[in-house]
Design a protein around this ligand. Structure first.
Ligand code: ATP
Ligand code: MG
Ligand code: FE
Length: 348
């Protein structure tokens, strides 16, 4: 079967085509992405109304590009999948509306997908996909969660952030350093020229004994340091960036190790935009190699939002027999939606 996936939950429009294979992992045939980052940069963050309008402009051209690249026609698509939530309501409605319109015209079923399940399953798009079960560290712009994953749709939450997400901590600290939006990648680039031991920043909840995270205090500590530095900030911003990144990464790595101990599992999957962070990858790889634990990541360009992960999640849920795609073409979106809600009851 050919599954078309459409992602439009925030500020990237993503479209992809995935093919299912009986008894094997689905494969990606083509994908295309348009990031709105430049458009929102002037405002220092995502402007929801502008995001929705831009999704409208981009989604059909991207769909045509994907079909052309895959050498497929729209008529060959068997299921149209879209991101149903969580995300910005107006942005989600564009993807949902277009998916249902296409599917209705083609007389094919539609399937709404959970955005975080897309992130979570994105490492299955790589050449060497993980095997179940594993501990998942989901680190995106809006979420930071550790999960026990026993299979498709079998997600048990082990711990999560009680305030800001890791990506948010990167972005907010980057903003304080004048690095623009979204500042995560820029902060991590600047950090490479800095001394990570220059500033002592808090490691919130590091010794809390549970698997929860907190990053709001870290952002405040960065603000305090930046104010203290005053005019000296530009000269020290690389050091402050490096110290901030080190604090975030240390907490993520240590809590992931604690999750491995608690669950007794021997495999880690990292997903979400912060999974592209180089320091996180090297430190987690080193810590896990010592323990004989295998770590899987999405490909770098599939860490942040994309259509491939949505098509993949749809394909894997269909394959696992978890979904009856709908043909009523009535759609709703779920701007707030917990991953537990798409998890089988036994796993929750
Ligand atoms: P969610 O998936 O929770 O709804 P989102 O879709 O906005 O949120 P993603 O697209 O997964 O999040 O990731 C975006 C986040 O990843 C941003 O916060 C961005 O700063 C961060 N990010 C991307 N690359 C890096 C990097 N190399 N280092 C640190 N952070 C990064
Ligand atoms: Mg984004
Ligand atoms: Fe995302």
């Amino acid at each position: 079967e050919l599954i078309l996936g459409i992602e439009s939950s925030c500020d990237e429009t993503g479209v992809a085509l995935v093919r299912t294979h009986p008894g094997a992992v689905p494969t990606l045939l083509a994908h295309a992405l348009h990031s709105q980052v430049e458009m929102h940069q002037a405002y220092g963050g995502v402007v929801p109304e502008l995001a929705s309008r831009d999704h409208i402009r981009r989604v059909l051209p991207l769909t045509e590009a994907v079909l052309a690249e895959a050498g497929a026609s729209l008529a060959q698509v068997d299921v149209v999948a879209y991101t149903r939530g969580p995300g910005l309501a107006g942005a989600l409605l564009v993807g949902a509306g277009v998916a249902c319109a296409l599917a209705s015209a083609l007389e094919r079923p539609v399937l709404g997908v959970h955005h975080l399940e897309g992130h979570l399953l994105s490492p299955f798009l790589s050449a060497d996909p993980p095997q179940f079960p594993f501990v998942a560290l989901l680190v995106s712009g809006g979420h930071t969660q550790l999960m026990r994953v026993d299979g498709v749709g079998r997600y048990a939450l082990l711990g999560e952030t009680i305030d800001d997400a890791a990506g948010e901590a990167f972005d907010k600290s980057a903003k304080l350093l004048g690095l623009g939006y979204p500042g995560g990648p820029a902060l991590s680039r600047l950090a490479e020229q800095g001394d990570a031991t220059a500033f002592r920043l808090p490691r919130p909840l590091l010794h809390s004994g549970d698997l929860d995270f907190s990053f709001a205090g870290l952002k405040t500590a960065v603000l305090t340091q930046a104010r203290k530095l005053g005019d000296a900030l530009p000269a020290r911003s690389a050091d402050l960036a490096a110290s901030t990144q080190a604090a975030i990464v240390e907490v993520l790595v240590k809590k992931t190790l604690a999750a491995l101990v608690q669950s007794g599992l021997q495999r880690v999957v990292v997903a979400g935009g912060v999974g592209a962070n180089r320091l996180l990858r090297t430190q987690l790889d080193a810590a896990c190699a010592q323990r004989g634990v295998r770590v899987h990541y999405p490909e770098l360009h599939l860490c942040t939002d994309n259509g491939a992960m949505i098509a993949m999640a749809a394909a894997m849920r269909l394959q696992a027999g978890l979904e009856q795609p709908r043909r009523d073409y009535q759609f709703d979106v779920r701007p707030r939606w917990a991953l537990q809600d798409v998890s089988l009851p036994e796993a929750a």
